[in-house]
Design a protein around this ligand. Structure first.
Ligand code: PXL
Length: 286
């Protein structure tokens, strides 16, 4: 039984895109920086993420049951399970894994990772949204961007901007009707070059507003989810965890801006922001 000690353990299901900074390649180092043991299960293997014009894709769905079968003898306990980008046919397998490896004390966090800027990612259709709603139903916390929240709520996703606080609350309530008590909507564009995160937690609402940096940074959602999960298992409450994740993502974007990197394709330079994350987590742990 490999559960000795006090260290927290997180299980995460996402693809491994070799190049382009997203999914497991950002989640593993981010969770490690939070001092968390991370069990990362690659659900697909890609040459690079799908915001490039071309990519290779190997679905690892058929291997997942073999991995889970070997774990039966290990009696693993996970403090949290985080899901990210998944192909449509992987979703039923991941639902089964959550049933199998989620204990009563396990926080299940679903990042729908299926759409942004008003559109589904390449290769996803309405059946993906339907399958994702079923996965969301199993979550304690769901963390969509505005486009994903609109899709989950069955609304037109094509104009994911201009929402009032009241409209965001209604949107979060509609998503919460799927099952999770907590809905964290990220990347909300506000007038005056501002960006906000809206947290709906069991009926209470909080928003955290920051300055919007110029540019598009692919993979920041995955980065945010990993830091948020790392902060939560370190004992942060919901609003503190949002603040840690937000500050970390901003620090990563600042580093990318300094070097003039194309964040849409190459992602944020989060590596240089890892010391900031460690400080934020330590401050909390002390
Ligand atoms: O960050 C979301 C994401 C993750 N993984 C892959 C992607 C995308 C978004 O396009 O293509 C493979």
């Amino acid at each position: 039984m490999y559960n000795a000690g006090m260290q927290k353990r997180v299980l995460t299901f996402q693809d491994y895109s070799c190049f382009g900074r997203c999914s497991l390649t950002v989640a593993l180092p981010t969770l490690s920086a939070c001092g968390v043991e991370t069990v990362g299960v690659p659900t697909s293997l890609l040459s690079n993420h799908t915001q490039f014009p071309e990519w290779s894709f190997l679905d690892l769905k058929d291997e997942l049951p073999n991995i889970f079968a070997k774990w039966d003898a290990l009696h693993l306990h996970f403090d949290a399970i985080l899901t990210g980008y998944l192909s449509t046919i992987q979703i039923p397998v991941i639902k089964e894994a959550i049933r199998k490896f989620g204990a009563p004390g396990t926080t299940v966090i679903v990042d729908p990772a299926m759409a942004d800027h008003g559109e589904l990612y390449p290769g996803f259709g309405e059946e993906h949204v339907a399958a994702m709603r079923e996965l969301v139903a199993m979550a304690n916390i769901v963390k969509p961007n505005v486009t994903e929240a609109l899709l989950l709520a069955g609304r037109d996703p094509s104009h994911p901007e201009g929402f009032t606080r009241e409209e965001l609350k209604e949107l979060a309530e509609d998503v919460a009707k799927l099952g999770p008590k907590t809905v964290l909507i990220t990347g909300i564009e506000k007038p005056g070059k501002k960006i906000a995160n809206f947290l709906y937690d069991n009926g209470a609402c909080f928003d955290l507003i920051g300055k919007k940096r110029p540019g598009v940074y692919h993979g920041t959602g995955d980065l945010f989810s990993a830091a948020f999960t790392g902060a939560l298992v370190n004992g942060c409450d919901m609003t503190e965890a949002v603040s840690v994740a937000h500050k970390f993502v901003v620090a990563a974007i600042e580093e990318t801006l300094k070097d003039g990197i194309d964040g849409k394709r190459f992602g944020p330079q989060f590596e240089k922001a890892i010391p900031t994350l460690i400080k934020l987590i330590k401050k909390r742990a002390n």
